[in-house]
Design a protein around this ligand. Structure first.
Ligand SMILES: NC(=O)c1ccc[n+]([C@@H]2O[C@H](COP(=O)([O-])OP(=O)(O)OC[C@H]3O[C@@H](n4cnc5c(N)ncnc54)[C@H](O)[C@@H]3O)[C@@H](O)[C@H]2O)c1
Ligand SMILES: OCCc1c[nH]c2ccccc12
Length: 289
């Protein structure tokens, strides 16, 4: 069974893995890639006003033949127009009457008026144009400022999340947990894609060899074990299958409902996943100091 969902603070649920569409040049037609991702088993698509590809998302949805409620669509306000215009344009481009999650792409897009901008987001939720509203790239300070005037607490904060920024993200994770804000992690594979050759490589490879999985699966497993929604991507079907297979390495608390062989695997994973976490953090700390 692939990935499940995580409950949000507004009663909705978010799939724990998303297919990201922002890793290619702005405006690239990614409809075939999204279609492939949906066929492979992704049902959470992450786009943004700034990616210039919301039409591709719409095309892929229609091609997939799935109904609206079978998909989870996130888009973001990227400051390219007024908020009310932006959501209407996004809905039109995607060809849907609502998105599941609407995010402020970056605090800099609302820096001049956090309270006013968030009130507009709250209205978008009240109007049913977005089932849930949230933010992206917000620090603890940004969230504190927002929460001073917010009537609706952001459901999620999408941030960069990988072993090399884990220490830096810890206070944000704690603050988010305390305030019921789900963390989504983009660039989860950064240690092998953007910063190869660092100390995390070794720890990841050791864990991968021991578990008989790939380094990417170790990294995604680690993100999942933190309760963070994975936002990843690939144009290759084989990689998408590899990512989704991480859903079969569930967190230990899911073990009770499964058969004996799965329970055995989970007992092993239950020991290994925290160990992976420990190794990655130790490696990251050694690398940072
Ligand atoms: N909110 C934001 O500000 C923000 C910023 C960046 C990205 N995002 C979102 O997150 C998504 C994913 O971001 P990402 O691309 O950084 O994620 P990622 O770290 O998961 O990297 C994915 C890339 O890694 C490659 N890859 C996978 N396995 C590999 C391997 N073994 N060796 C080498 N390369 C491998 C894939 O082909 C793909 O190109 C974006 O598409 C976008 O939707 C959001
Ligand atoms: O999501 C933030 C990273 C990103 C990917 N593609 C973009 C296009 C415009 C602005 C930001 C981005």
């Amino acid at each position: 069974m692939p990935f499940s969902t995580i409950s949000l603070n507004d009663g909705n649920a978010i799939p724990q893995i998303a297919f990201g569409t922002g890793s290619v040049n702005k405006g690239t037609d990614v409809s075939d890639q999204i279609e492939q991702a949906i066929e492979t088993g992704f049902w959470h698509i992450d786009t943004a006003q700034a990616y210039g590809n919301e039409e591709s998302v719409g095309d892929a949805i229609r091609e997939s033949g799935l109904t609206r409620k079978d998909l989870y669509i996130t888009t973001k306000f990227s400051g390219l127009s007024e908020i009310e215009e932006a959501i209407q344009a996004s809905l039109k481009k995607i060809g849907v009457s609502y998105v599941d999650l609407y995010l402020v792409h970056n605090p800099r897009y609302i820096r001049d008026d956090f309270a006013g901008a968030w009130a507009k987001f709250e209205r978008i939720k009240a109007q049913g144009l977005a089932k849930s509203i949230g933010v992206s790239n917000f620090t603890v300070n940004d969230l504190q400022t927002l929460l001073k005037t917010a009537k609706v607490t952001p459901a999620a904060n999408q941030i960069s999340f990988h072993p090399y920024n884990y220490q830096q993200n810890r206070s944000l994770l704690e603050f988010s947990a305390k305030n019921g804000i789900i963390v989504e992690g983009y660039s989860p594979l950064a240690s092998i894609t953007k910063f190869p050759g660092g100390p995390v490589d070794k720890a990841v490879q050791v864990a991968a060899d021991r578990l008989g999985v790939s380094p990417a699966q170790v990294l995604l497993s680690w993100v999942k074990s933190k309760g963070v929604v994975i936002v990843t991507t690939s144009s290759k079907k084989s990689r998408l299958e590899e990512y989704l297979a991480v859903g079969d390495l569930p967190a230990i608390e899911e073990a009770g409902a499964q058969g004996p062989s799965v329970q055995l695997i989970q007992r092993i994973k239950g020991r290994v996943i925290p160990l992976i976490g420990l190794c990655l953090v130790a490696a990251a700390v050694r690398w940072l100091v």
